[in-house]
Write a protein that binds this ligand. Structure first.
Ligand code: MG
Length: 252
């Protein structure tokens, strides 16, 4: 009985942890073929040259030259500076927004805070990646720059403290690799399931399947407000010339 309860618990937990793809239950029996599963077939994807290059099924949002997958804060073309294989925040020009919306997805994005260090705390190399336009993965120069722990690079701003500070020095390119599970809402707008996020910064895990508590707020507690299944990615203009390059997304 104990064993049954335990195995039921493990199975239920496994299904809950991976709600979209419950483990197929292999058939028992004396033949090893009974526990082989052949369908569905796994889609073939051509990998990039390195793990930082887009696999063949990725949506490339910025390749270093072409910013046409984005729009500026007035709905027109991006006003940030596009040069030297990067796009850089032009202070005061406002956020930029991807034309395409995304729900559950994998994101690769590279960012660089200014080599010339100016300001401190939240004022040094601040930008941010707003998933679904609402949930900010903080971009900040936290190399020898202390700020509140839930507001530093790798944080979900004012919600989730990163596991480590793995920032490179200012002026160096850094990477985020993100796995994002969008929140779900009932048709009447009530929250069904919270969003979750896993983030690697420069190859080190900084968010481990962490649960988000709502949209990012500067003042007060986060709160969920119902939104679409797919929403754009927004990059923040916080007044500092932070650069981005090599941005690709794999919808999941
Ligand atoms: Mg920010």
């Amino acid at each position: 009985m104990k064993k049954f309860i335990l195995s039921t618990f493990i199975l239920t937990s496994a299904i809950m942890a991976n709600a979209q793809q419950p483990m197929p239950i292999p058939r028992n029996g004396g033949d090893p073929k009974l526990s082989e599963i052949w369908e569905p077939q796994v889609p073939v994807v051509t990998p990039g040259k390195t793990a930082q290059d887009a696999p063949s099924d990725a949506v490339v949002l910025f390749d270093g030259k072409d910013a046409s997958a984005w729009k500026g804060s007035d709905g027109g073309p991006v006003k940030w500076t596009i040069a030297d294989g990067a796009m850089t925040v032009k202070a005061g020009s406002g956020v930029i927004t991807s034309k395409q919306g995304f729900g559950d997805c994998q994101i690769h994005i590279e960012w660089r805070t200014p080599a010339e260090v100016k300001g401190d705390g939240q004022g040094r190399g601040n930008s941010g990646i707003f998933l679904m336009g609402k949930y900010e993965l903080q971009v900040l120069d936290n190399y020898n720059n202390r700020t509140y722990s839930n507001g530093q690079a790798g944080a979900i701003y004012k919600q989730l403290i990163p596991l480590v500070n793995v920032c490179r020095p200012p002026g160096e390119w850094q990477t985020y690799d993100v796995i994002f599970t969008a929140p779900r809402f009932f048709p009447d707008g009530r929250l069904q399931t919270q969003a979750r996020i896993t983030v690697f910064q420069n190859g080190a895990l900084v968010q481990n399947n962490a649960t988000l508590w709502g949209g990012t707020e500067y003042i007060g507690a986060p709160e969920y407000k119902a939104h679409g299944d797919k929403e754009p990615i927004v990059l923040q203009d916080h007044g500092n010339p932070v650069s981005y390059r090599n941005i690709w997304v794999r919808p999941l």
